[in-house]
Design a protein around this ligand. Sequence first.
Ligand SMILES: Cc1cc2nc3c(=O)[nH]c(=O)nc-3n(C[C@H](O)[C@H](O)[C@H](O)COP(=O)(O)O)c2cc1C
Length: 333
Amino acid sequence: MSKTTQTPSSSLPESWVRGTEFLGTQHAILGGAMSWLSEHRLVSAISEAGGFGVIASGNMPPELFRKEIQSTREMTDKPFGVNLISINPALSELVDVLLEEKVTHCVLAGGLPDPKTISQLKDAGVNVILFAPSLALAKRLVKRGADALIIEGSEAGGHVGPVSTSVLIQEILHHINDVPVFAAGGIANGRMVSGLVQMGAAGCQLGTRFVCAEECIAHENFKKAFIRAQSRDAVVTSQFDPTFPVIPVRALANKGTLQFNELQLKLIHQVKNEGMDRKEAFLELEKFWVGSLKKAAIDGDVDYGSVMAGQSVGMVKSIQSVKEIIQELVADI
Ligand SMILES: Cc1cc2nc3c(=O)[nH]c(=O)nc-3n(C[C@H](O)[C@H](O)[C@H](O)COP(=O)(O)O)c2cc1C
């Protein structure tokens, strides 16, 4: 049976139903975790509206992470998940909190997750969702125990891979049947969601579209910058040295982008000439992003902070409630 065959009991595409069953939701729409923004208010609003909210742990201390999980539960009894960053030095403490709080789904982002963390989560019955950047890795991640995959194209906001959503769809989606595969990156409206589901996606993950939700705590300057921006304004950062492969970040170009470039050049110099540890240099870059995203998203400095946004920012035109956004996204299913 093809992934998109309609089941007799429902007029919904089979792949979508598979996504909703995996997430335990009415709609197979994930609110992609966004550091600083995907906290209890936005996450619970997405889940209450029938989607699947995901808490961004970012660099939260473990006790704040626990509080966010508990506050989300106070606002909704619907399913939600958490997002952990694999390279976070506090990963194992965050995993402990997640297990103690009995969270059902975990999205592991930020590089290849180590098999030990995957096993620890799976042994406790947590559904593990992983990002697949290529077909070979997608197959390896399924073998390692991924319960679902996300394929995220370079159109997305935040840290991105080099390949577009349309190519990942053809390269990966059509060749993985063992687990549900969700599509992300550059998705902004119901026709796109419907088209991707018709092609076999189990659902879609969106970040950029949810930034201007009423329930999102982003500073009003950050939301205004989104509403003003065109798709072409959301650009990826450059890598200056092939021996220092920084993960590109897509954000609205501003003075903060220039500061990132300066920091990158300084760290390359320190690693090459002053014996700085490479891992330490990469962690410093990550700290830069976490700090500068806060500067823009929470403090409202959209000139010097990082205004992480995907190319779909050009289609974000107003402040809307999460409920309205989700209704638009599922209108064509
Ligand atoms: C402001 C912002 C912050 C983000 N932070 C994270 C993060 O902390 N962890 C993560 O896995 N993805 C992060 N993302 C990516 C989103 O979870 C989501 O996958 C992406 O936004 C989907 O593509 P779209 O922006 O085209 O909708 C972020 C995206 C944005 C726009």
